[in-house]
Write a protein that binds this ligand. Structure first.
Ligand code: SF4
Ligand code: MG
Length: 321
């Protein structure tokens, strides 16, 4: 197994009390696999990735276990974590546009990754290495001489992908890598990400809120709500036979040919992370809620006789249509 997370929780201290951003998250990813995490903003997707990268500010992470290729990450010291980032596990951040430093040429920003890992090159070697990386993500080698403001959004996003693959990691964590781009560019950038991931044989966790875009890219999908994984399984099964009312609503909200471009929207607002709702966190918005839902928290369980990896955390999973 490439990545294995057992019962990870992330809690923030806020002036109004603790905020529970991620609760008891258990997921795994095989070598070279593609997992998508979807959910509304505030569902805990970005927090999950930042916790894995240990780049959370102020959050407290607890887990029964987090391993990368069998190596325990929970007990790893800061120094070891620094060498692990980019080399073993890297991130394509949300909003690449703003993650690049505006006053540094692309060559300096990319070069920092090698410098930080003690990888030395002569000047011509470094130019060749960076040029090759840029070409692998579909950019001309000369982009290294440019400043971020001289590049389009799609080009900047490609630079971020080039940086993420620079040291050949086994795992890429991509946080809504295309959300700020227009639809055509989104598809192209995602295709590039998929190609370089396959070339590397790396696994990828892709997070986003566009289930349709995601469906073409990943093999496994996890649906998050209020910091919890409410349904997970092969992407095809989740679309064909969702077993959680929230997943059903997400699918129904997708624009279809009949309702061209018109989103139905999802009624109600997500729960505040500050309050822990009794019972099922989705019950205030769920049309299927019954008394049991208001009293007891549903645990993820197998809900599909034909697919043991298909789990849903809903008391009434079998009745979802
Ligand atoms: Fe709805 Fe109850 Fe299932 Fe929660 S457990 S999603 S409230 S039916
Ligand atoms: Mg986010």
């Amino acid at each position: 197994m490439l990545l294995d997370i057992q019962n990870m929780s992330v809690r923030y201290g806020t002036p109004k009390g603790p905020a529970y951003a991620v609760n008891d998250l258990t997921i795994s990813l095989r070598e070279g696999g593609r997992l998508g995490l979807v959910g509304e903003s505030g569902s805990g997707k970005s927090t999950t990735i930042l916790a894995l990268m240990r780049l959370l500010r102020g959050g407290e992470v607890k887990a029964d276990g987090i391993t990368l290729s069998g190596r325990d990450l929970v007990s790893l010291g800061e120094g070891a974590y620094r060498s692990l980032r980019f080399a073993d596990m890297s991130m394509v951040p949300q909003g690449a546009m703003s993650s690049l430093n505006p006053v540094l040429r692309i060559s300096e920003q990319m070069g920092d990754i090698f410098d930080d890992h003690g990888i030395r090159h002569t000047r011509p070697e470094r130019r060749a290495v960076l040029g090759d990386l840029l070409q692998r993500v579909g950019l001309p080698a000369s982009v290294q001489d440019r400043y971020p403001h001289e590049l389009s959004g799609g080009m900047k996003q490609r630079v971020c992908i080039a940086m993420a693959i620079a040291l050949g990691p086994k795992l890429i964590l991509a946080d809504e890598p295309t959300s700020a781009l227009d639809v055509m560019v989104q598809k192209q950038v995602l295709a590039t990400l998929g190609r370089v991931q396959r070339e590397l044989g790396a696994g990828i966790v892709l997070i986003g809120h566009d289930m349709a875009l995601m469906a073409h890219f990943v093999e496994g999908l996890g649906v998050m709500y209020a910091g919890r994984l409410v349904e997970t399984g092969p992407v095809r099964r989740l679309f064909e036979a969702p077993r959680h009312p929230y997943t059903r609503m997400l699918i129904d909200s997708l624009p279809s040919f009949e309702r061209r471009g018109v989103f139905k929207g999802i009624p109600g607002v997500g729960p505040s992370l500050l309050s822990r709702v009794e019972g099922c966190p989705f019950h205030p918005r769920c049309s299927m809620a019954v008394d049991t839902c208001r009293q007891s928290l549903p645990q993820p369980r197998a809900v599909d006789p034909e697919e043991p990896a298909h789990l849903a955390a809903c008391h009434r999973a079998e009745e979802v249509r």
